[in-house]
Design a binder for this molecule. Structure first.
Ligand code: SF4
Length: 464
């Protein structure tokens, strides 16, 4: 593995204050949606909101998220909906059912202007064979109508990425790849059951670019077992040698009571909140020193990247895939557990692959949960999204734009008094700004507008 030469001139990280650590210990949602998925209610069979699919408009571009719920081995930190497929037959059957689901979706959707953003996630989309990936992409492009300028993004596990799969990505016209890097430290890799040396990731990045995949994202993590500020910063510096366009830095959420395999991670190997803060800070300092701009809560991009430009122009959006510049009003769910978004509300497909498959084979959309949005949900969602994207919002103006009294959410603004005195935000009338020092805790500020939080709080991970 390469080693970096920057260990002596790294920027010093700022230690957290006592107040920051107190807020960082709260269990809070990531607000990739509001309301969060925990608020969704059963809505299968006759209760499924299939009419929402038919209500798309001719001028709507649409997005689609395709979930591939398979991996070839389990990383101990994993929080995703996935299983290890020991036999490829299971994946073969899955992709056949997925093609049937795409046909159902094509019939269910109303008129629209084509797919502007297609995202394959998982699990590991590269658990599919190259041939099956190409079949799936063709089916999606043909049945849902891919726009010529569409962004086609694929999440990839570099440890298992074959040359043939990269070639298939090129053939399918994929425009962006997200590599799950997480850490380059071999001890940490061993402790999380994910061995992928630097050379492997470097070779994947080079081949992806050679195949015409223009955008390259890396996911990195902090808070994993045996991580510390030094090895987190070193992983960032190694990542930067490969010049990714975007980097996301996620904190490991240790929730073994929800994700049983996380018991493989020893509590004694995990940093406390102050240690996690120091790791996040080390990553942040290394990325900014490397010329990347901060985006929202946990994303970074080169200044010329479209996401950085969208953030600078106030066009950043937050959805189930994180931060995006995609303005499409409709997100179509494909595959088990996928979440969809429509003007009327959210839907989620059946989580279990068997349940999902049975519904599709009966000729039904495999919907299991839904949440119709109330006017108040939309108002609160708009405020939370602007805080999470712009780090600022004029609450009164958003209220007026939603046709309610500008003081309708004054109680939520007033609830931020303690956060303001702790330096997490500044309040001027009904305008809220999150200063740079409050960025890592923006979820605390956003939570003031979450009226559903008290019932759901114990299901979320720490704010940092
Ligand atoms: S590759 Fe990703 S989805 Fe699969 S087990 Fe590892 S973290 Fe989970």
């Amino acid at each position: 593995m390469l080693s970096t030469s920057k260990t002596t001139d790294r920027p010093l990280s700022r230690p957290a204050t006592a107040a920051q650590l107190r807020h960082a210990s709260r269990n809070l949602p990531r607000y990739t949606s509001y309301p969060t998925a925990l608020a969704f209610q059963p809505g299968e069979g006759a209760a499924a909101p299939v009419d929402w699919f038919a209500a798309t408009r001719a001028e709507d571009t649409i997005s689609a998220y395709v979930h591939v719920p398979f991996c070839r081995r389990l990383c101990w930190y994993c929080g995703c909906n996935t299983t290890v497929a020991h036999e490829y037959d299971r994946i073969d059957t899955f992709q056949q059912v997925l093609e049937r689901e795409i046909d159902l979706l094509a019939r269910a959707l109303g008129p629209h202007a084509g797919v502007a953003h297609l995202h394959f996630g998982g699990g590991s989309p590269n658990a599919l064979s190259p041939e099956h990936f190409l079949n799936l992409a063709d089916r999606l492009y043909d049945r849902l109508g891919l726009r010529a300028d569409a962004e086609i993004a694929v999440e990839l596990d570099p440890a298992l990425l074959s040359d043939a799969f990269v070639d298939a990505l090129g053939e399918a016209g994929v425009t962006r790849a997200s590599l799950g890097v997480q850490t380059f430290d071999p001890i940490v890799q061993e402790k999380v059951n994910r061995i992928q040396p630097y050379d492997r990731v470097a070779a994947s990045a080079e081949r992806l670019r050679a195949q015409g995949v223009r955008g390259l994202n890396f996911d990195l993590m902090y808070g994993l077992p045996a991580q510390n500020p030094e090895n987190v910063a070193e992983s960032v510096e190694l990542a930067l040698t490969l010049k990714p366009d975007r980097i996301a830095v996620f904190g490991y959420a240790h929730v073994p009571w929800m994700k049983k395999h996380q018991v493989m991670i020893q509590d004694a190997d995990l940093a406390d909140v102050a240690g996690r803060w120091a790791q996040a800070e080390a990553a942040d300092q290394a990325l900014v020193a490397g010329g990347y701009v901060r985006i929202g809560l946990d994303h970074y991009a080169r200044p010329e990247d479209p996401l950085a430009i969208a953030a600078a122009e106030g066009r950043l959006r937050r959805n189930f895939q994180g931060y995006t510049d995609d303005p499409a009003p409709v997100l179509v769910p494909v595959g088990p557990s996928s979440i969809g978004q429509f003007r009327e509300g959210f839907v989620q497909n059946a989580v279990a692959t068997d349940t999902w498959g049975r519904a599709v084979l009966k000729g039904e959309l495999p919907l299991a949960r839904k949440l119709p949005l109330s006017a108040e949900d939309r108002l609160r969602a708009a405020i939370i999204e602007r805080l999470m994207c712009d780090l600022a919002v004029d609450v009164g103006a958003v209220c007026q734009a939603h046709g309610v009294n500008p003081g309708a959410l004054d109680a939520s603004v007033a609830a931020l008094a303690e956060a303001e005195s702790d330096g997490l935000c500044r309040i001027d009338g009904r305008r809220i700004e999150i200063p740079e020092g409050g960025r890592r805790l923006m979820r605390v500020v956003a939570a003031a507008f979450d009226e559903r939080l008290p019932v759901a709080q114990n299901r979320h991970a720490k704010a940092v």
